[in-house]
Design a protein around this ligand. Structure first.
Ligand code: ZN
Length: 630
């Protein structure tokens, strides 16, 4: 299909010009405007495929061979094909866009066909972008005129000087019916083009008039920096239009995809692995100027799935480097609703979504004005995981001083916990929710389980516990746990207090935990005298069938030591056993510390840090103990 299209269209642009465009185009430059690329070795590059949904990169680019190919979905081609696919351009449009970049003047050959049917459609995108570029210059030049004073005052009152206005190419739409339209018509744009671009519209009398009048204008750019539309702010009281007016849907402006500021923010978003989503043009400007260069805003629509797909490519959302989305809200009900809706939208992002609610209900622009750049940076630093935010929001609606209130709050909050896709995080949130509600963990756990089974979590159930299966003997941790239990069953007098001091919680394998608990229930090793009576009493105390079978097995299995075990062997075994669980706890603690906001939770932060230091000390001691003799 691609080849046919080339053959069909190539007659219109001269072949040697197309060849020149290919030659002068760096495929890596073109693709890295949309996809974050990193080295794949051998001079090749890779990234997340923009054409299918994936978590690890299978999209490959070979700059040497000037081709790209995705192993995931099979899409591939040259730079022209990439632009056609990613920006929905025709072949001619893509060639025109690349030619403009490379400074190549294209020559066209007239088709033999006497019906130049698609002539007006050709290069449409380039024409619409060119019309917008001309409109930007027109509006900018108007900003310095006398009637534009309210526009300049609006910017100044929000802390934006002339340099800021120029950086964002702010402009002014004059108080005239058709000044822009006439200006653009004189420059050769057709009435059709201006209407299609959303810059002009027919009046009731049928004449063509400007879409935007008496407004402060922000050019809206796509990710490559092309202006594709405008946002227009009302300035005058007698303007009875909405506060903000945006370009309508056009062939190049799709509001569900547009993110204001993405062209300036994309490199930092990719570099920092995070993006800050704010609500308006002035908020984007304020954030960038306050050194939060990763800010973008949606334009006249809520943040949705298409925005996420745009951001995913820039964020390089893969397992090796997780991206973070931070929403800022001024704390009003609408903002909170938007945040909770984001929870429903894309489960993959729940764990990486954060909420930053500004103090005193100020947006970033107001915050910068009132408290300076540092306050804006603080706002972003003081972010909170979306799950925490959502739970707090749900719980706050109930009176937790009453039993009914607590139970109802639990019922409403449990489905949110069930929705957490990362199931390893769920127990953590069950504990947190129980703590917040002032309830026991068990009923909260049951409520979450119930929500999961009614489909709130909509995913495969957790793997069944291996209570009936043989414990895996291959993992080092499992082996050392077996060895400890063998010592307790076969040499209780030797194992003694050293064994008893290590609690069941330190064991990882569920069946091992059951046996360890049975040993405690039978009175503990220190009190045991050994022999068949001891083994019997442990078996009797074991409520787990697999555990009972394991007790019989471990009672006779030889120890993994040549000769007779001594106290040092017990000490080393118990140290190695704890080493596994302590390093696991260190890992968990580090992850908790990472999620804590050091600004707003200073006390908790330092407490956990202290806990981490003492655990690490404990781990060092265990390592020494474990090394002592083996
Ligand atoms: Zn793909």
């Amino acid at each position: 299909m691609y080849a046919e299209e080339v053959a069909d269209m190539a007659g219109r642009i001269r072949d040697e010009d197309i060849a020149l465009v290919r030659e002068r185009t760096s495929i890596a430059d073109i693709i890295s405007e949309t996809v974050t690329l990193r080295s794949a070795g051998g001079g090749n590059l890779k990234g997340l495929c923009p054409f299918h949904d994936e978590k690890s990169p299978s999209f490959n680019v070979s700059p040497a061979r000037n081709v790209w190919y995705c192993f995931g979905c099979g899409a591939g081609g040259d730079a022209i094909k990439f632009l056609m696919d990613s920006d929905h351009l025709s072949f001619v449009e893509a060639v025109e866009r690349l030619a403009a970049r490379a400074g190549i003047q294209l020559r066209y050959v007239e088709s033999d066909s006497s019906a130049p049917r698609s002539r007006p459609q050709q290069g449409q995108r380039q024409r619409l972008v060119a019309a917008h570029a001309a409109a930007v210059e027109f509006y900018r030049s108007q900003l310095t005129t006398a009637p534009a004073r309210p526009a300049r005052e609006f910017l100044a009152a929000r802390g934006f000087d002339r340099a800021a206005a120029e950086r964002y190419a702010c402009g002014f739409a004059p108080d005239a019916w058709d000044q822009l339209t006439k200006h653009l018509r004189q420059r050769g744009f057709t009435a059709d083009e201006l209407v299609t671009a959303g810059l002009s519209r027919p009046s009731r009398s049928g004449t063509l008039i400007d879409r935007f009048r008496r407004r402060l204008m922000w050019p809206i750019r796509d990710i490559t920096g092309d202006v594709i539309g405008f946002g227009a702010r009302k300035l005058f009281d007698d303007d009875d239009g909405p506060k903000y007016l945006n370009t309508p849907e056009t062939p190049i402006y799709k509001k569900s995809h547009v993110l204001y500021g993405i062209d300036q923010a994309k490199r930092e978003i990719a570099k920092q692995g995070k993006v800050v989503v704010v609500e308006g043009y002035t908020d984007v400007m304020a954030c960038h100027l306050a050194d939060v260069p990763t800010a973008v805003a949606t334009c006249g629509t809520a943040f949705g799935a298409d925005h996420i797909s745009v951001l995913r490519r820039v964020l390089f959302d893969s397992d090796e480097r997780a991206g973070e989305i931070i929403f800022t809200f001024d704390g009003d009900a609408a903002g909170q609703k938007a945040a909770l809706r984001a929870f429903d939208d894309d489960q993959r992002f729940v764990g990486r979504t954060f909420i930053a609610v500004s103090p005193d209900n100020m947006d970033p622009c107001e915050l910068r004005l009132a408290k300076g750049d540092l306050a804006v940076r603080d706002l972003v630093a003081r972010r909170e995981p979306l799950v925490d935010f959502a739970l707090r929001h749900v719980i706050s609606r109930f009176d937790l001083d009453t039993v009914d209130g607590r139970v109802e709050a639990m019922r409403r909050a449990a489905p949110l916990v069930a929705k957490i896709k990362d199931r390893e995080k769920r127990p953590e949130y069950v504990r947190k929710l129980a703590g917040d509600l002032g309830m026991e963990i068990e009923p909260v756990q049951r409520a979450v389980q119930a929500a999961l089974s009614t489909g709130a979590g909509r995913e495969a159930p957790a793997p069944a516990t291996r209570s009936a299966a043989q414990p895996a003997v291959d993992s080092p941790q499992s082996m050392v746990e077996r060895e400890a239990l063998k010592l307790a069953l076969q040499q209780p007098v030797l194992a003694g207090p050293m064994f008893d001091a290590v609690e069941a919680a330190e064991y990882r394998h569920p069946v091992h935990v059951a046996v360890r608990e049975a040993i405690a229930a039978a009175g503990g090793v220190a009190a045991a005298t050994g022999g068949a009576v001891w083994i019997e009493s442990v078996r009797d105390a074991c409520t787990d069938l697999a555990g009972q079978a394991l007790v019989a097995e471990l009672a006779v299995e030889p120890l993994r030591i040549d000769g007779e075990p001594d106290p040092r062997y017990v000490s080393v075994t118990m140290a190695r056993l704890q080493w596994g669980s302590v390093t696991g706890r260190i890992k968990d603690l580090k992850s908790r510390i990472q999620r804590i906001n050091p600004v707003s939770n200073k006390d908790e932060y330092f407490a956990l840090f202290g806990e981490l230091l003492s655990l690490e000390q404990h781990a060092r001691a265990l390592r020494e103990q474990a090394a002592g003799g083996l």
